[in-house]
Design a protein around this ligand. Structure first.
Ligand code: MSP
Length: 508
């Protein structure tokens, strides 16, 4: 039986169009899905939209649209963009789905029946941007939410339902210590442990319908809807059919990809909700930092440094974007992005280092070796050294890649491509071809290069699947095996080459 693996992305608020941050997490999840598939896993990747809450409700009102029309429009927009980005999701989440709503109510009722939900009066400050209550100490000096400085926080005085979190805090801390992989990378684990160092206040899990109507009705009080975070987090289970049987195998192997902005809901609220409902915790939280504009400036419409994923795809193609996000993210600090930086990486890494060599060598073989992959002769120490470098670089993609390892694994491919360019410069097959006596050597050099290229592009299938498939088509490479491994000599000498064109044409 195939082993299972379940990867989730956050479900995104639909109060605006999909942006680069949304594209990023879903693309990284897609890369990891392709990696697990190459290892032979049966995969489930979920991504989608978070349709409830005050923010979405107000966005529909602002456009003067009936809320369901608004949600349908945005949902289609997100789905279309993810498809264009090559995100091969198996399940697209909509929290407005009836089955999701019934399951959320079921989870609440179970926790309520255990006496872990209480009703009480609460006075507090609310940030609509975070859809969260804030403490004074969470705010900036001028009393605003640091994450949403342009949205005014609201003073609220309401009766609501609250989940008791404190009874489970110690148990969660122990779980984190007993399962070193539960939160990665390390700095975020430490941050989470800090959040759990002090006694936890009860978590408000409802909103009165007088204020918010867009949400799941509380099963035990029709005057309230469920707090959007409670409802949204539950998606990870409702997607795989909870509470019906059958979800367990996927759930046991579940990995959540999240940005650092939502560590608290995923690292505190969600595990404690699950404990309260007597359900097992997910296997892993993989946390990433954020993208900021060039120079480290936060992206904003007024500065004009927002990177629009559609605009980048139109200018440079989807793989330029996927490549930049994969190769240039940093594991635990924010990374910079701009259309210029993406263009530079596209031209220099994909174009000059990886793509040009393929077209040069394949075109030369095409012209001088009868449109075929040349037949190799005896190998030299230089040939073996290059082959070894390429196999070593490919190995990361034959193993389990963690979110924070993606930039390292992709850099190894660039390094191998650089080694290949150096090899070609030294071996100079174009000169070797000129003399009858060195023609066999020329054939060997071309063969070694083309077979090594095949390995690199097989590995890159996990990152830039469209371009990698085109490259492998030019080589007419045989279907790669699953589980995948960087194996030499799978491209037979004498194979007819496919049609050869520039893989990553230069863009100014
Ligand atoms: N709806 C909640 C999540 C519920 S999950 C049960 C939400 N939505 S969101 O639209 O604000 O998306 C937040 C997520 O988008 C981040 O956690 C991250 O995955 C991604 N990003 C948003 N901005 C980002 C950057 N600037 N950089 C990288 N990713 C960021 O929170």
């Amino acid at each position: 039986m195939l082993m299972k693996s379940y990867i989730t992305t956050p479900i995104y608020y639909v109060n605006g169009s999909p942006h680069i941050g949304h594209a990023f997490t879903s693309i990284m999840a897609d890369i990891l899905k392709r990696n697990r598939q190459a290892l032979g896993y049966e995969m489930m990747l979920s991504t989608g939209v978070d349709e409830h809450g005050q923010k979405n409700q107000e966005a529909a009102e602002d456009l003067g649209m009936p809320v369901t029309d608004y949600l349908d429009m945005r949902c289609k927009e997100f789905r279309d963009v993810f498809e264009q980005l090559g995100v091969e999701f198996d399940y697209f989440v909509r929290t407005s789905r009836e089955g999701h709503k019934t399951a959320v109510a079921e989870m609440e009722q179970r926790i309520f029946d255990k006496g872990l939900i209480v009703k009480k009066q609460y006075t507090g400050i609310y940030c609509k941007g975070c859809e969260e209550f804030k403490k004074e100490s969470d705010l900036t000096e001028d009393g605003q939410c640091p994450l949403h400085p342009t949205m005014k926080v609201e003073q609220t005085d309401e009766t609501n339902y609250f989940l008791k979190m404190e009874p489970f805090r110690e148990k969660l801390l122990k779980h984190i210590d007993d399962n070193p992989d539960f939160v990665q990378p390390e700095p975020f684990k430490n941050e989470l442990k800090k959040m759990l160092a002090e006694p936890l206040e009860d978590l408000c899990i409802s909103r009165p319908k007088t204020r918010v109507t867009l949400g799941v009705d509380l099963p035990f009080d029709p005057d309230f809807v469920t707090y959007v975070w409670f409802d949204a987090l539950a998606n990870y289970l409702t997607n795989i059919g909870w509470p019906e049987d059958g979800y367990q195998d996927w759930w046991a192997e579940c990995e959540h990809m999240i940005g650092k902005d939502i560590l608290k809901p995923h690292g505190v609220y969600w595990p404690l909700m699950l404990m309260a409902a007597d359900l097992p915790l997910p296997k892993k939280l993989s946390v990433h930092s954020h993208w900021v504009g060039a120079g480290g400036v936060k992206m904003s419409k007024s500065i004009g440094n927002v990177v629009d994923p559609i605009e980048v795809m139109d200018k440079l193609g989807v793989d330029a974007l996927r490549w930049y996000l994969a190769r240039h993210m940093r594991a635990d600090t924010d990374s910079q992005i701009s259309v210029d930086l993406i263009t530079q990486a596209y031209n220099s890494e994909l174009g000059n280092k990886i793509g040009n060599l393929l077209s040069r060598v394949a075109k030369f073989s095409n012209k001088n070796f009868d449109g075929k992959v040349p037949m190799p002769g005896a190998l030299t120490a230089e040939d073996e050294a290059l082959r070894n470098t390429v196999v070593e670089a490919g190995k990361a993609f034959a193993g389990w890649i963690n979110l924070q390892d993606i930039p390292v694994a992709t850099q190894q491919i660039v390094d191998a491509a650089v080694a290949m360019n150096e090899y070609i410069d030294q071996q100079a097959p174009w000169s070797l071809f000129k003399n009858e006596e060195t023609r066999e050597r020329c054939a060997t050099v071309l063969y070694v290069t083309l077979d090594c290229q095949r390995i690199l592009f097989e590995a890159l299938t996990q990152v830039i699947p469209g371009s990698a498939a085109r490259a492998l088509g030019m080589l007419n490479a045989p279907q790669a095996a699953t589980p995948w491994a960087p194996e030499l000599d799978k491209l037979a000498g004498g194979t007819e080459l496919g049609e050869i064109d520039a893989l990553f044409p230069r863009v100014q």
